[in-house]
Design a protein around this ligand. Structure first.
Ligand SMILES: Cc1cc2nc3c(=O)[nH]c(=O)nc-3n(C[C@H](O)[C@H](O)[C@H](O)COP(=O)(O)OP(=O)(O)OC[C@H]3O[C@@H](n4cnc5c(N)ncnc54)[C@H](O)[C@@H]3O)c2cc1C
Length: 418
């Protein structure tokens, strides 16, 4: 027996759930399919920031000193697996090329309309999902903490660039940081407070709360393997635990696993991963943390979460499926302890996740050009938790023939020749 739907959405991370909800809202009968429960992969372990301010993409450094320290592989914010270099190098080259000023500007122009709407789209879902979701999000913004005059000046300059994108931030003195966060180290001489960027105390649970909203409104969630997707005369078919799913349209929202499906279909899209880790900590004595802290020099974040204080690391370039090697966590931990009084580790082992990245740090949202009824929503890099709901809105507008709220051509897969 086969199950029929208008659309099958493959992948129930924040992006797939955002797409499913937005299609459902526009009257489509949707099946959401994942091999696990919703929100248990990358959307589970991130830093939970809804980063309204993240308009300027994270690019490959261009200064010689920084490149050299990358080459020496002794940084806290970015490391690489030597054995993976032959495979990763061509992608790194494309990533490096995207660091040219005019290309950064192009990526920023693409990211800006999405970031401008990201909080609004989350807020609408949080309000609709109700109690549990509301308790999972706090609205205090986050602090980029700086330890030197030089990095403070640079951070202020970078923040000023955001003025033209209507980002709400304040430059804080050391005393003002201490007022907000009395237990933060005296070494912090100031911070940029991004006031308009909320945080989730449990990003996996928020993704699940949205998925439950989808189910409450009549959406079907099924377990299945998206790699079994096949093109049929009348649309798409994929095997699920409850039998074959048949749908006129399919959306690939598999985050870092999207290439498992698009590659066999003949698409050559430069998707790579930047891996990252997290660990939870108790705090020492009566120390409390109210805001997420990003250590401007240390390349890590400390985020107050339901489970404890979550330390998330920077970037590891490695094969997606290589065993975890959390050296960055080991490097960041002493700096994190110096920033805030952390006590014991709360997890048995570090969590590892994979940021699904395209060289320009702009996601693909739109048609899979070679097949009728195939759509893509992946490659959200450092900001998929932020962008899941707004991606869902844009893709659903495109799929249902509504006028898209922003020009979708910037997110087209065709920008990479394949
Ligand atoms: C350390 C770290 C910190 C981060 N911090 C932030 C942050 O603060 N803010 C932010 O916005 N972003 C952050 N990110 C990035 C963010 O987590 C990702 O961009 C986002 O979660 C990607 O969502 P997704 O739905 O595309 O992918 P995922 O959440 O990975 O979802 C993909 C889904 O596909 C499913 N799947 C895979 N293969 C198959 C298959 N064959 N069949 C069926 N299902 C399959 C998986 O089970 C999974 O549920 C961070 C990432 C990391 C690693």
């Amino acid at each position: 027996m086969s199950l029929r739907a208008d659309v099958v959405v493959l992948g129930a991370g924040m992006v797939g759930v955002g797409v499913a909800l937005n299609l459902q809202k526009r009257g489509r009968d949707v099946i959401l399919l994942d091999r696990r429960d919703a929100g248990e992969e990358t959307s589970f372990g991130n830093a939970g920031l809804i980063q309204r301010e993240a308009v300027i993409p994270y690019t490959f450094p261009r200064e010689f000193g920084t490149i050299l320290s990358y080459a020496l592989n002794n940084r806290r914010d970015a490391v690489y697996h030597l054995s993976a270099l032959p495979r990763v190098a061509p992608w790194l080259y494309r990533y490096w090329r995207e660091g040219a000023p005019e290309r950064i500007e192009r990526s920023a122009q693409a990211l800006a309309p999405l970031m401008a709407e990201c909080v609004k789209e989350h807020d609408a879902l949080i309000a609709e999902a109700g109690g549990a979701a509301q308790r999972l999000v706090y609205q205090r913004g986050w602090l980029r903490c700086l330890r030197t005059e030089k990095s403070m000046r640079q951070a202020i300059d970078e923040a000023r660039v955001l003025d033209r994108y209507d980002v709400d931030y304040a430059v804080l003195s050391a005393a003002e940081v201490r007022e907000l966060e009395p237990h933060v180290s005296e070494a912090v001489i100031g911070a940029i407070h991004f006031r308009g960027s909320p945080t989730s105390a449990d990003p996996g649970a928020l993704t699940k709360a949205y998925a439950e909203l989808f189910a409450r409104k009549g959406g079907r969630f099924l377990k299945g393997d998206a790699r079994k997707l096949s093109a049929q005369r009348s649309g798409w078919s994929v095997a699920s635990e409850k039998g074959a799913v048949e749908a006129r349209e399919a959306v690939v929202a598999l985050g870092p696993w999207s290439d498992d499906v698009f590659r066999p279909l003949g698409y050559r899209i430069p998707l790579a991963v930047k891996r990252g880790y997290h660990m939870h900590y108790a705090s020492k004595g009566n120390a409390t943390l109210g805001h997420s802290l990003h250590d401007g020099e240390g390349g890590f974040a400390l985020v107050p979460m339901s489970r404890g204080i979550r330390l998330t690391t920077g970037v590891e370039f490695a094969d997606r499926d290589a065993p975890p090697s959390p050296v960055q966590l080991a490097r960041a931990e002493p700096f994190a302890r110096a920033l805030f009084p952390l006590a014991e580790r709360l997890d048995e082992k570090p969590w590892m996740g994979r940021r699904p990245c395209l060289p320009d740090m702009v996601p693909i949202i739109g048609r899979g050009g070679r097949h009728k009824g195939l759509w893509f929503a992946f490659g959200h890099a450092h900001h998929g938790f932020t962008l899941g709901p707004v991606t869902g809105r844009l893709l659903a507008e495109m799929m249902t023939g509504e006028t898209p709220f922003t020009d979708p051509s910037r997110y087209a897969a065709e920008r990479f020749r394949h």
